[in-house]
Design a protein around this ligand. Structure first.
Ligand SMILES: [Zn+2]
Length: 180
């Protein structure tokens, strides 16, 4: 699947989540947004604030991205396991991922305007963007991040771009699109 560039290609590939009046098209949401579970060894959490982590069974996103998301999560797991040790148990890998907060999301689908440009729909509105560990990878200048470079490389290799290079850096953010 090729990564779309710009809103025209994004809408061609994923449809338009907005009605003519700018509100959410619920029929589009029902037809396109699903909760995608990560590979079964993963435990994911929703990072709701600095002290509250809520276990979740998956992330809501556009159904066309389910396969890519699962591939990325498997590659992240495999890389983390190498860093722990070749013989690490699933519990040990999970503990390492948790210590490094790679298992903490700020959410996928969310119908709202872009925080960078409030005249445009956020790519979260299409279900094609996911935020990770927002507390430690904030949307602000200068770039402040804890997510490792190898982690971004895995997303990038699978067609996702990220917000490190945005005018106002958004390192928590990965998206299956460019030019938007
Ligand atoms: Zn985001």
């Amino acid at each position: 699947m090729n990564t779309p560039n710009g809103y025209t290609e994004i809408i061609q590939m994923f449809g338009n989540p907005a009605n003519a009046d700018g509100s959410l098209n619920h029929a589009w949401e029902d037809a396109n947004i699903i909760k995608v579970p990560p590979p079964s060894q993963w435990r994911l959490f929703y990072q709701s604030d600095a002290i509250t982590l809520i276990p979740i069974s998956g992330i809501r996103m556009h159904h066309l991205l389910a396969g890519s998301f699962i591939t990325v999560m498997q590659e992240i797991w495999d890389h983390a396991k190498q860093l722990v040790s070749a013989t690490a148990s699933d519990d040990e890998v999970r503990a390492w991922l948790h210590q490094n907060r790679l298992d903490q999301t700020g959410g996928g689908f969310n119908f709202r305007m872009s925080t960078g440009d409030t005249s445009k729909l956020s790519l979260h509105s299409f279900g094609i963007a996911i935020d990770w560990d927002p507390l430690h990878n904030p949307h602000k200048k200068p770039l402040t991040k804890t997510l490792p470079d190898w982690w971004y490389d895995i997303w990038n290799r699978n067609g996702w771009s990220d917000g490190r290079h945005f005018k106002k850096p958004d390192p928590m953010h990965v998206q299956f699109a460019t030019g938007a």
